[in-house]
Design a protein around this ligand. Structure first.
Ligand code: SF4
Length: 383
């Protein structure tokens, strides 16, 4: 039986990073208190309505506090939210419970209290060890804050820690990125999420680049950085299991695997998305105030529901499955969807194989490293 994941959004940050387009705003204690009440009410309403439906998977083995900066919640607030989740779902004893944490936001007392609540994985937003780049990104912490927070987490008993690092920062050189990789790998986190910077329109960073304040690394530099991250992580014993994710043995993000394997997940909080694992996706109001108002009025803030056709599910199975470096088993795909990809996408497959973006080996279709870098081009063929 496929177990579900639960996602819990926290829409608060200390300040706004220049590249960020997430649904998050400045921390405000009164709004945070109101938001936590709304979030627990949304979960309880789900328990009283939708979770009673036989088609909803109540068995949950991953919980993920994402944001925003969930480590700005007090342990008491996190406890209230977890109590609501545990009352609504059958949460397995060995559940992976992750909290995204930003450097400098977690005191030793808070880290110990989060750990005592059963939060057993920290996803740690480092981004870079270069203070000048941190300033340019509008981050409020220094590299030393990051090192200290990691020590705090380890001392509190967090034995499963993931680092987020961004490559391709404005004006960043391959040598600078290489030094970031060296330092990250020397700290031996169990998991690494290594992203190439995406510049989202409407963010201050996009504006600065348009005005010529910063230059983005060109495509060749970005490719060199991606190649370097794959090589270094692999030499250090990390498995490259998803386009941007690397882990020590057995330390994949069990929660994020739900998204890539079309398992059910239920999202609570503003902008949260859900999937029933079969044919329906739904999403919540993005704005924090409007989310609170909607939940206070009706117990729910769902603003959009999509029913997936068989064709949608078949396409999703391909482009989500291809995010995993193990790729997609074409025989199983054909058995599930009646779709013989080798026949229906013969031209695309030949084109991508010639360009060195994919390989097919014993019925397994997978991206090559070059394909992982240009994955959106490949995915577009399957949408
Ligand atoms: S800490 Fe993360 S979520 Fe918050 S503004 Fe920065 S990038 Fe966005």
């Amino acid at each position: 039986m496929t177990r579900a994941g639960v996602y819990l959004h926290t829409p608060f940050c200390r300040s706004r990073c220049s590249y960020c387009d997430f649904a998050t705003g400045h921390y405000d204690a009164a709004l945070a208190a109101r938001y936590v009440s709304a979030l627990t009410r949304e979960i309880e309403t789900f328990a009283a309505t939708r979770a009673r439906d036989d088609s909803t998977t109540r068995d949950v083995d991953t919980i993920y506090f994402g944001g925003g900066t969930p480590s700005l919640l007090t342990p008491e607030q996190a406890s209230l939210i977890l109590e609501a989740v545990r009352a609504c779902f059958d949460v397995s004893r060995d559940a992976e419970v992750t909290m995204e944490m930003n450097p400098g936001t977690v005191t030793p007392e808070a880290a110990a209290a989060f750990r005592a609540l059963g939060i057993n994985r920290a996803s740690f937003g480092l981004q870079t060890f270069d203070d000048e780049h941190l300033r340019r990104l509008g981050r409020t912490h220094t590299a030393d804050d990051a090192r200290r927070t990691l020590e705090t987490l380890r001392a509190a008993g967090f034995a499963n820690v993931s680092f987020d690092l961004i490559a391709g920062l404005p004006e960043q050189t391959v040598e600078q990125w290489s030094r970031n990789m060296d330092e990250a790998l020397a700290l031996r986190p169990e998991h690494l999420s290594l992203y190439l910077l995406e510049v989202h329109q409407g963010t201050p960073l996009a504006d600065q680049i348009t005005r010529g304040v910063w230059r983005e690394p060109d495509a060749d530099t970005a490719a060199a950085m991606y190649g370097l991250m794959c090589e270094r992580a692999s030499e250090a014993g990390y498995e490259h299991y998803e386009i941007s994710n690397f882990c020590l043995a057995g330390r994949e993000s069990r929660h994020n695997l739900k998204y890539w394997t079309a398992a059910p997940y239920y999202g609570f909080g503003n902008s949260a998305h859900s999937y029933d694992g079969r044919a329906a996706r739904w999403s919540n109001e993005r704005d924090t105030q409007r989310y609170c108002e909607a939940v206070e009025r009706t117990g729910s803030a769902v603003v959009e529901t999509t029913s997936l056709t068989a064709r949608d599910r078949q396409a999703e199975s391909l482009f989500l499955g291809l995010r995993l470096m193990r790729g997609v088993n074409l025989r199983e795909h054909r058995a599930e969807f009646g779709d013989d990809v080798r026949a229906t996408h013969a031209d695309d497959l030949a084109r991508f194989q010639d360009a060195g973006l994919i390989e097919i080996d014993d019925e397994r279709l997978r991206l090559t490293r070059s394909g992982a870098l240009l994955s959106n081009e490949v995915f577009a063929a399957f949408v």
